[in-house]
Design a protein around this ligand. Sequence first.
Ligand code: BGC
Ligand code: ZN
Length: 372
Amino acid sequence: MKAIAVIPKKKGSLQLIDQDKPSIDQIQDHRGVLIRILQCGVDGTDKEIVEANYGNPPLGDDHLILGHECLGIVEKVGQNVTELNPGDFVVPTVRRAYGNTIYDKIGTSDVTTADTYYEHGINLLHGFLTEYFVDQPENLVRIPSNLKEVAVLLEPTSIVEKGIMHAVEIQRRLKIWRPKRAAVLGVGPIGILAALMLRLRGIETYVISRTQAPYLNSDLVEEIEAKYISTKDISFKDAADKFGPFDIIFEATGFSPLVFEAMELLGKNGVLILSSITANDRKVEIPADKINLDFVLGNKVCFGTVNANREHFEQGVRDLSQALLQYPNWLSKLLTHPIKGLDQYKGLVKTLCGPSKGVIKLFCEISPFPEQ
Ligand code: BGC
Ligand code: ZN
């Protein structure tokens, strides 16, 4: 079977390779599930891997099959699988619990403290830009069939869900927390999905990015009754003065200097969620005393969040379902750039690493949906 792979940390190594089709017997205790991959999305992490800044191959291999955002359909299950049946749509979680920490043992490897973690398509495990994979049901989240057209968005959604769920958990320190206003920094898939999740929770949401409105992303933000702000029209600081104070800031720009500005502009008792993967080495000067003083006097919190476990994927399924009802047709507008077939891998990567204007979700249509 075909797969798109790179040799991590080696520039220009992207290639279409041929792999053996996996079998359910590879999984212990007859718990194997064979999945045919229908779609697989790519994001900034894949870009970092393709550009040789990030990622590691599985032990004993020199190549890494890319892809961690996929939707598949179950083709075959082992005799001890009761959770899933052939024909079910599924999305796999990304990180695997091979560590020995308590978090790995209880199914929350997203918060593992093990130095080595395993992520499909990213770190030490092959990914989903291929035709088939096998896994056990514990790692597969079932998708209701009315969600299948947009379910390739579930993995990025799970990242947002985890950030928000952790923020809520942290804010229990306040005994009562009624967030009114949120700012989302960045208008890529994570930023847009974060705005959606905040709107579904009834929070007044401001999405802040560079590009001037109107364009597709700003239109999509306005369609879910959030407000789009371009920093070319009004600075982040002026926006915070005018529309804040922000009880939540969700940072998803990939530009780390903004983190410190967000720390300065966060409201009292507020929570700042950091979700950008920044694999470079940028340095900036910051007003350290002021940020610290405001954090202390304002009882503010800032935390990082990565990956997501099953619970966050399941919350994502519920929220995406609500979004289909509340904002019909909106989610499918995020699927801007389908690429048909793994053979088109060069086009996929060209769009991934090229100018991102007009691109929200870029994904590969690996296999067609079955006829109903
Ligand atoms: C993935 C996460 C992963 C993170 C760090 C993100 O793009 O969606 O699952 O944990 O990269 O590798
Ligand atoms: Zn990702």
